[in-house]
Design a protein around this ligand. Sequence first.
Ligand code: PHE
Length: 356
Amino acid sequence: MSDLENQVEEVKSSFDRAVVSIATTDALQKLKVQYLGKKGALTVLLKSLGSLSPEERPLAGETLNALRDALEQKIEDKRQTLIRAEDAEAEALGRVDVTLPPRGRPAGAFHPVAQTMHEIVAIMQGLGYSVALGPEIEEDYYNFECLNMPSWHPARDMQDTFYFPDSEESDGETSKRRLLRTHTSPVQVRAMLRYGAPLRIVCPGRVYRRDNDPTHSPMFNQLEGLLVEKDVSFSVLKGSLIELMNGFFGRELKSRFRASYFPFTEPSMELDIECVECGGKNSNCRVCRGTGWLEVCGMGMTHPFVIRAGGIDPEEYNGFAFGMGLDRMAMLKYGINDLRYLFDGNVSYFLSGRDA
Ligand code: PHE
């Protein structure tokens, strides 16, 4: 064995011996300096290349570079193991410092749902929409009645509602009953009354329903869209939503529009996009359950009843509306497989990006 080969072997085995006893990321950093730092063992060997003959140099250089790559890889593997162990230990001791920036992501990163909301709003702003907001504590009138859902309407049951106990039906005045809005659609009429036509708005926000299981949370996020103009056709709605989905997922997706029903749009549709997880190729896919399609958005041409409630003449103006779940969009884009991760405040999932 040549002198250099001996030295390489020596560095390798002394590193391997040292790395097994390392127990903290700080100690690992010191070890890295010992071997790869300016005066590190490997660096000294690399410097000695200069004293070799031109014939010996290429092979020796190759050997030393391979050693450097191997050491760097071992250090990185060890670092990942230590980070996991340190996170788990800190968590077990209840010592997670939530003021620290998350590892592996830039400090100040948004929550995935907020990130999703910003991305969708930005795309819609590019199509000429502005942002409008409405109250989370709503009146029965805006949440239901003016959306063509009178008190007897069966569609109200689809949205099991949290009513405020102190606003029980009194004197037959259901319309003033207070509730937590069950969707972002009440912002439609509020915005029409406030801004008139023509109008293009998106309304992101929290909504509430009596629902709680792995795919439903009593609080979740929606984004509503509303356009009111003259002679609007369904093809504009289709085009805008295809643009939105392709923009959000960053590629051209197959899509299909299915007939559906909402009391406040006529006709009504639902948009399905091709499964972003398996592309329709996996019959056991956990995201699309093998159907190849994902339901992402309800929509339709705004019902004249709703336009009129917004103080606008439906003979002169028409339009469309759509509504989607922002949490679902975030889960699809970021591969999060349980809705509860988004809301339960268990930081370990986001700290190390592993399945909690
Ligand atoms: N508000 C509906 C829901 O929550 C979605 C929707 C909005 C449908 C606008 C059509 C138009 O399910």
